[in-house]
Design a binder for this molecule. Sequence first.
Ligand code: NAP
Ligand code: ZN
Ligand code: ZN
Length: 346
Amino acid sequence: MKSRALAAMSPSASLTRLDFERRDLGPHDVSLEISFTGICHSDIHQVRQEWGPAIFPMVPGHEIVGTVSAVGSKVTKFTIGDLIGVGVFIDSCRTCSSCVAGLQQYCENGMTGTYNTLERDGKTVAYGGYSNNFIINQDYAVHIPANLSLAGVAPLLCAGITVYSPLKKWGAKPGMRTAVMGLGGLGHMGVKFAHAMGAEVTVLSHSPTKEADALEMGADHFVCTKDIAVLKEHQKSFDLILNTVSADLDINLYLDLLALDGTLVVIGLPGNPYEVNIGALLNGRRRIAGSMIGGIPELQEMLDFCGQHQIVSDVEVISADYVDTAYDRTVASDVKYRFVIDASTI
Ligand code: NAP
Ligand code: ZN
Ligand code: ZN
């Protein structure tokens, strides 16, 4: 299938138009016309090789929504015209205990990412969603509730599930004092979900200008961390902290904010290792944990939850020629709160 895309040809160049061929539609595949694709900070980390050597040309994009345009002969899950979403991975081994449990993101043999990787045949380069169309095995795509704005749904496919999953795992509920570090793409969805689950939500942000928006999204409190000394006033205050910050920081200052038995979940992945003060963990039986996106069943559950609670991402819809600027604005924390590419402009 002929595809039009926006591609990074090298880590430093601007994104440019690329024409290429996607694989043919197999019996278990569906093809989709892409409507919108979100820009995740992980796209930027990968294009700029902050996570190590990458494959170029790279077509980023793993927050994809569109409409099914064709279905293979064995497809039962979708029909032509359905709204469909594709997230951070397009395949996995299907047989390991993680895959069988629906936790394909933790596939013991390695999930297949949506881009910047080889498909399971070991030779086809996976190209992502900064494109006009896509082909995916039906098992790795999800249905989108019809009552939500489609542009606002795109970021749910990564930003949404990545914060929904740890909030569920660590049991966000009424009375749970929850903090979200960083009010960007992931962070703002964390606020919306934690609020919808009834938790008491505090935003820890280094951008003083984001306070009104945070409260509007459902935060109960806003702490500006521009002067990091402010954290001293909030020691032992939270049961759960989600760290969505995309930059290096001193994690020990934040571990001190955990109450007894509290958990700090690391989600942001700037690429450099943390130095953890073990004393901060011992004192208060605290935990530091990690979490990576979510499996296909939970992705569908999250989208259905959004349909029921009318939750979408706050987006700035952009055209293809604005992507370089959007990257720079995202790195500068100047994003409200997710850039989404209108695929018709590619
Ligand atoms: P984003 O939209 O750029 O948001 C990151 C936020 O971090 C910024 O808006 C800013 O919030 C804060 N921040 C940035 N630089 C900072 C600095 N120097 N000091 C303090 N705070 C800073 O990024 P995103 O798309 O939400 O992604 C966040 C991170 O999660 C990225 O590293 C991404 O790769 C990672 N990620 C992980 C997973 C996973 O599965 N674990 C999935 C997706 C993404 P304030 O202005 O409010 O401070
Ligand atoms: Zn992402
Ligand atoms: Zn597996």
